[in-house]
Structures are given as structure tokens and as C-alpha cells.
Design a protein around this ligand. Structure first.
Ligand SMILES: Nc1ncnc2c1ncn2[C@@H]1O[C@H](COP(=O)(O)OP(=O)(O)OP(=O)(O)O)[C@@H](O)[C@H]1O
Ligand SMILES: [Mg+2]
Length: 357
């Protein structure tokens, strides 16, 4: 058995069944062939998939003549995650010089927050929906690889992702918005996703660069990030050209501390911050129309001023927001007029102006 032949076969053995879009060759860490015996070392961080991967590899290798197959697993990331074609040697590598544009998209906006649960996905989905309502061609990329909520919020849990022969993914459309989420590729909603560096990197770069967003060009792509300043944010910042970031916060002090961290992170990866959106700013009592600042007096304006960033808008707490989101309808597209819808449309307008579209 020839080494190259085996590698070519492993490249063709894709692992869609466990919700990933790469092949056995991508997780290959070591290989030896002794006559008709093949030894493989595979990278797999969780033993949950070992049985599956073992069967898959055995089946593949036996189909090309291996009589004996020995498989070992490792959860160690590679010492050097050398790409297949190594970049030419450089005196001093600038981590940002390989930044690429996301194909077929005019403007890319990342929606981020330092703290979890502040309403990032709600804001991302509704900015996308507001832009759509204004007549733009819009995409939504749920880059929350750990807890994707896009499929629920856009009522798209049953939508199918198509893969073209050249490997490009065709996003489904929900409420007129083209969308992609790791949630659409997982076998079940309850599957926890455990990513290790190189695998996360690969999946994310496929999400960023291998989606066929449009026949022509999308006007806007909204990227919904996981909370914090972790691997996903850094990878995104180092590999993709992002036209601007929107930081979401609530008025609480704990959330505001994280706003500063978020601004610093985007500065470090050279992504301009378009502005801050304050969510859950206040609640208007339906009986008395009295306004209550549930999380206390907001200091978001002060922080925005301190960093020279605009406060794009304040979204009130409205039970309907959670209700519609759970039903899979972006509240902005629901028929009822509301304070929050007005705020989202206004925020979208500011983004359009800021990015001079
Ligand atoms: N202004 C609001 N009024 C009422 N409910 C809201 C509001 N904003 C968000 N929610 C609800 O709060 C919950 C959390 O919101 P969301 O999922 O958008 O937060 P997130 O920051 O994306 O969370 P994570 O960090 O887990 O990704 C959801 O149930 C959402 O419907
Ligand atoms: Mg979210």
C-alpha cells in the first residue's frame, strides 16, 4: 500500500455523521505502513467519538487492502500546526498580514460581548433582520461554536445546509436572511461541542471562507460571536477582515468591565469598533407606562465617551423579545410596533451610515 494512496483515501473519508466538515486526513497525526498493516494516530479530544472514528478508519483502510489496522488516539494539539503549504519564511511574522476578506460579502460586522447572556445573539439577529427590512441582502453567521442559538432565534432548526461538489456550503434562508450555524450541522441539539485548537480553527475558517453566501454579493454579513475574548474571537480577528464590531452590554457594572476588555481585544486585532449597544436598559411598566431601570443607572455613556465610541442605542427589556425569539421570529419582523423594534431599526440605520453603505 502506498503512503500517498492511503492519505488520498483518508482525505475522501469525511466525518459529516458527527457534525464536522473535515476528513480523517485532517485529524491524522501519525501513520506507519508495515506490509498490509497500517498504524494510525488520530487527533480526537473527546473519547466520545473514538469508537466511531475507529470503525470509520478501519472500514476505509480495509477497503483499500489493509489486513490489520491499529489505531491510537491523541488529544495533544500538534506541536506546529503546519498548514499543508507552508508560508514562505518571513523575518518577522505579522499575525494579521494573512487576513482575508470573506468572499462575496460587502460589509462584515461582528457582534460581541465580554459577558455571556447579555443579549448578543438577540442583537445580532435583530440587526440582521432590521437591515433586511430596509431592503439589504443580509447574511447571519452564528459563530458561537459552543452554544449556537441562531437556529432557534431564526426558526431554522430544521433547515438543511447543502454542500456543493467543490466543498462550498450553501446557507439556508430564514426570514429572508441567509444563515449558517454549527447548530445546523450537529446531529442533535443536545450534543455538546468540545473543540480543541486545531479543529476549532479548521471549522471556523471553513465557516468564514467556504460559505457561498450569494451569487453576487451580500450587502452585510452579521457574525454572532460567543461571549468573551477567547479562541474564536482571536482566530476571527487574525484571519478575517472585519469592517466593524458592535459590542453588546447591559447596564450592570460587571458587564461594563467586560466592555472595556472587548474594546481592548478588538484594538489588538485591529478591528474598528462601530459602537456599543446597551441591552436590557430599562423596563416600561405596561400599566403605568413608568420607566424602571432594573439594572440600575447606566454608565454605558461614560464608557463610550471614555473610549471615543458611539452608543448606538438602548434596547428595553420586553417580554415579547424573549417570546418571539423562542418562537423563531426576530422581534423586529413581528407585526407589532415596539420600542425595541424602533431601537433596532435605528441602530441598523446608524451602522449603514457608519460603514457608508
Ligand atoms: N431586551 C430583552 N428583553 C427581554 N428578553 C431579552 C432581551 N434581550 C435578550 N433577551 C432574552 O435573554 C436571553 C439571552 O439572550 P441572548 O441569547 O441573545 O444572549 P447572548 O448574549 O447571545 O447569550 P450567550 O452569551 O449565551 O451567547 C434570551 O432568552 C433572549 O430572548
Ligand atoms: Mg448568543
Amino acid at each position: 500500500m502506498a503512503l500517498q494512496g492511503v492519505i488520498d483515501r483518508l482525505k475522501k473519508t469525511t466525518l459529516e455523521e458527527i457534525g464536522v466538515s473535515f476528513s480523517l486526513a485532517d485529524i491524522l497525526r501519525d501513520m506507519r505502513i508495515e506490509g498490509s498493516k497500517v498504524y494510525l494516530k488520530l487527533f480526537s479530544p473527546s473519547d466520545k467519538y473514538h469508537e466511531f472514528l475507529k470503525n470509520k478508519a478501519e472500514e476505509t483502510l480495509k477497503s483499500i487492502g489493509a489486513e490489520e489496522v491499529e489505531i491510537e488516539f491523541t488529544n495533544e494539539p500538534p506541536k506546529s500546526s503546519a498548514p499543508q503549504t507552508p508560508p514562505p519564511p518571513q523575518q518577522q511574522q505579522n499575525p494579521f498580514e494573512n487576513k482575508r476578506r470573506i468572499p462575496k460579502v460587502k460589509k462584515v460586522i461582528a457582534v460581541a460581548s465580554g459577558k455571556g447572556g447579555v443579549g448578543k445573539s438577540t442583537v445580532a439577529v435583530n440587526i440582521a433582520a432590521a437591515l433586511k427590512k430596509k431592503g439589504y441582502d443580509v447574511g447571519y453567521l452564528d459563530a458561537d461554536m459552543y452554544g449556537p442559538s441562531g437556529p432557534t432565534m431564526l426558526g431554522a432548526k430544521d433547515k438543511q445546509v447543502l454542500a456543493r461538489e467543490d466543498g462550498k456550503l450553501i446557507p439556508p434562508v430564514a426570514h429572508g436572511i441567509k444563515m449558517m450555524s454549527i447548530g445546523l450541522l450537529l446531529p442533535s441539539e443536545d450534543t455538546p461541542v468540545i473543540w480543541r485548537g486545531p479543529v476549532l480553527f479548521k471549522a471556523l475558517s471553513q465557516f468564514l471562507f467556504d460559505i457561498e453566501w450569494s451569487d453576487e454579493e451580500l450587502d452585510f454579513l452579521i457574525i454572532d460571536l460567543p461571549p468573551g475574548t477567547g479562541d474564536v474571537q482571536i482566530t476571527l480577528g487574525q484571519t478575517a477582515e472585519i469592517d466593524g464590531a458592535v459590542i453588546v452590554t447591559t447596564p450592570q457594572d460587571v458587564a461594563l468591565i467586560d466592555v472595556k476588555k472587548g474594546i481592548q481585544m478588538f484594538n489588538e486585532v485591529m478591528i474598528p469598533v462601530i459602537g456599543i449597544v446597551e441591552n436590557m436598559s430599562y423596563f416600561v411598566c405596561p400599566d403605568s407606562q413608568k420607566k424602571y431601570e432594573i439594572f440600575g443607572k447606566s454608565k454605558t455613556e461614560e464608557i463610550a465617551k471614555e473610549y471615543g465610541i458611539d452608543l448606538l442605542g438602548k434596547i428595553p427589556i420586553e417580554p415579547k423579545i424573549a417570546e418571539f425569539s423562542d418562537l423563531g421570529i426576530p422581534p423586529v419582523l413581528a407585526k407589532e410596533e415596539s420600542e425595541s423594534s424602533k431601537a433596532f431599526l435605528d441602530i441598523a440605520e446608524k451602522i449603514i451610515r457608519k460603514l457608508s453603505v
